[in-house]
Design a protein around this ligand. Structure first.
Ligand code: ZN
Length: 222
């Protein structure tokens, strides 16, 4: 009878099992749950393709991060933004001039988000404000400096998680405005775009630092 519904090898395994000698009635056991009862959640955990979680994606796939920015960070860190170094894999090199430096530089991902004059100015400011020194390394390494920065305060964790994402997003927006509208944004316009989102956490400290850096004017038209 078993052979009518089960493969031969399974039938053989069943026939090899010793029959338990108890007086209790037979009970079906769902082995994937701890209590032995069936549940959809234990079935889903059994069927889904489980992979080890990585620290970096956790930082931008987070409920505190707007979904639009999560997708943007995914494209950025997977090198899917259409910049010269990405496009050069599919076509010959194009004439290139970045929008962010006085001297023309190639529009690479590393230049736009890390090494260009605009990127350096913005990272220097927010880095000095939050105690994250700019590193002349890769963008991914510098982002990790923000995300790994130890703190026990929840509001600072919020700042260290979101601030570098907002910086990258606004550098990308500045690049697109320069390319498609011909308008060059400066570092102050990026400060003004970012500050309202972190006003509650940073404002008190900003005013103290602003006196040192002479940047009080950035709030003038904000
Ligand atoms: Zn540049």
């Amino acid at each position: 009878m078993l052979a009518q519904v089960l493969p031969f090898d399974i039938v053989q395994k069943i026939l090899c099992m010793a029959v338990p000698h108890t007086n209790s009635p037979d009970v079906m056991i769902w082995t994937t749950s701890t209590c032995g009862g069936f549940s959809l959640s234990s079935t889903f955990q059994e069927l889904r393709d489980v992979k080890t979680s990585s620290f970096t994606p956790k930082q931008f796939w987070h409920s505190q991060v707007p979904l639009k920015l999560s997708f943007f960070m995914l494209l950025l860190l997977r090198r899917r933004l259409l910049l010269d170094d990405v496009l050069s894999r599919f076509m010959p090199h194009l004439p290139s001039k970045c929008f962010c430096c006085l001297e023309s530089q190639s529009k690479t991902l590393q230049h736009l988000f890390m090494e260009g004059e605009l990127a350096v100015a913005v990272w220097n400011f927010f880095g000095s404000l939050c105690g994250v020194n700019i590193a002349r390394g890769h963008l991914r390494v510098y982002l990790a400096c923000w995300w790994y920065k130890p703190t026990k305060l929840e509001r600072l964790k919020f700042v260290f998680r979101l601030l570098p994402i907002f910086v990258c997003w606004n550098l990308w927006k500045a690049r697109n405005i320069a390319v498609f509208q011909g308008i060059a944004k400066d570092a102050h316009s990026i400060f003004r775009a970012i500050f309202p989102r972190f006003k509650g956490c940073l404002l008190a400290k900003v005013w103290r630092v602003a006196a040192c850096y002479g940047i009080a004017s950035i709030f003038g038209n904000g």
